[in-house]
Ligand binder design. Structure first.
Ligand SMILES: [Zn+2]
Length: 315
């Protein structure tokens, strides 16, 4: 499985259907082999010394011939220390990626027959950690940016403290002559210039054209090499989505996904990871092969550090 190949191919790099999935991954050995190829496409590299020679010492274990250190295909990945079979993890990844809108913890618990809701919940969160590639490409060209408000339950019946809505900034590439490209999202504490322009500087290439409304929080964009195009709303009260249709579409899809797939049960504390999953899906929305999402998820999973349960809930 050479990583240099530009487009991983259906039926060669990943299964296409549930039937193929079953045929590809009948055993723990088959799953471990698949992970090995994703983790070390050029062959084994010792995480300790960089040595490239090893001998197998178990189903998933190997020992480096140079430094003698024992390692495994799952050590140092999101699968580290798992007591469940890899095959069950693969089924979870397939469940999550083969459905257009993903799934929630209750659904995963049912499908895999887990006794514990917490296990299903933590697996989904571990997989979300692997959905965003570190150092991914910056957006470029013409990019719409705007804020939207997500979640936050309405005032509780007995006046209990309820969560405020979270502010999410959305950036989306505008394609010529029509359509939209990739998206980036981030939860921000406020709509100050530091938060908004800080986000843009992190995700959009300098020199790009940024389409915004008239909010002053975006005023410093030219200082950082961006061209700003302001679309000020008319006094007739045109809704913002007329001016920034891409952001509007993403914002409404995001809200529908949180309400639908997750029944609105997303706390602000964990929202960032849901945004990661939304981004992962949205940026692959035109891919006809759902198996490609499965492939990308596992490819990133073997490059993502382990996240112990305590860290998942603490934040
Ligand atoms: Zn070594």
């Amino acid at each position: 499985m050479p990583e240099q190949r530009l487009q991983p191919a259906s039926g060669i790099d990943y299964p296409m259907t549930m039937q193929e999935f079953d045929a590809w991954f009948p055993s723990e050995e088959a799953c471990a082999e698949y992970l090995k190829r994703l983790r070390w496409p050029e062959g084994f590299v010792c995480p300790e010394c960089g040595g490239t020679k090893q001998w197998p010492t178990g189903r998933q274990q190997m020992r480096c011939t140079a430094c003698q250190r024992q390692t495994s295909v799952t050590a140092g990945t999101i699968f580290e220390g798992t007591r469940k079979p890899l095959r069950v993890w693969f089924q979870a990844a397939w469940y999550l990626t083969s459905q257009k809108f993903g799934g929630n913890a209750l659904g995963l618990q049912r499908v895999l027959g887990f006794g514990s809701y917490q296990t299903a919940w933590s697996w989904l969160h571990k997989m979300r950690r692997a959905m965003v590639r570190p150092g991914r490409d910056l957006l470029s060209g013409r990019v719409e940016v705007d804020e939207t408000y997500v979640g936050g339950r309405e005032e509780g019946m007995v006046g209990r403290h309820t969560e405020k809505k979270a502010i999410v900034v959305v950036a989306i590439e505008v394609r010529e002559p029509k359509g939209f490209g990739r998206v980036r999202l981030r939860q921000v504490p406020d709509v100050s210039g530091d938060s908004l322009v800080g986000f843009i500087r992190d995700v959009v290439m300098s020199g790009s054209v940024i389409l915004t409304d008239g909010w002053k929080g975006y005023d410093s964009l030219p200082q950082y090499g961006y061209k700003r195009e302001k679309t000020v709303l008319s006094s007739s009260g045109d809704p913002a989505h007329v001016a920034l249709p891409g952001v509007h579409r993403v914002a409404s899809l995001l809200k529908r996904w949180i309400l639908g797939t997750h029944q609105g049960a997303v706390s602000n504390k964990h929202l960032d990871y849901y945004l990661d999953e939304f981004t992962f899906r949205f940026n692959r929305r035109i891919s006809k092969a759902r198996g490609l999402l499965f492939y990308r998820l596992l490819q990133q999973a073997v490059r993502t550090d382990p996240v112990p349960y305590g860290k998942l809930v603490a934040r």
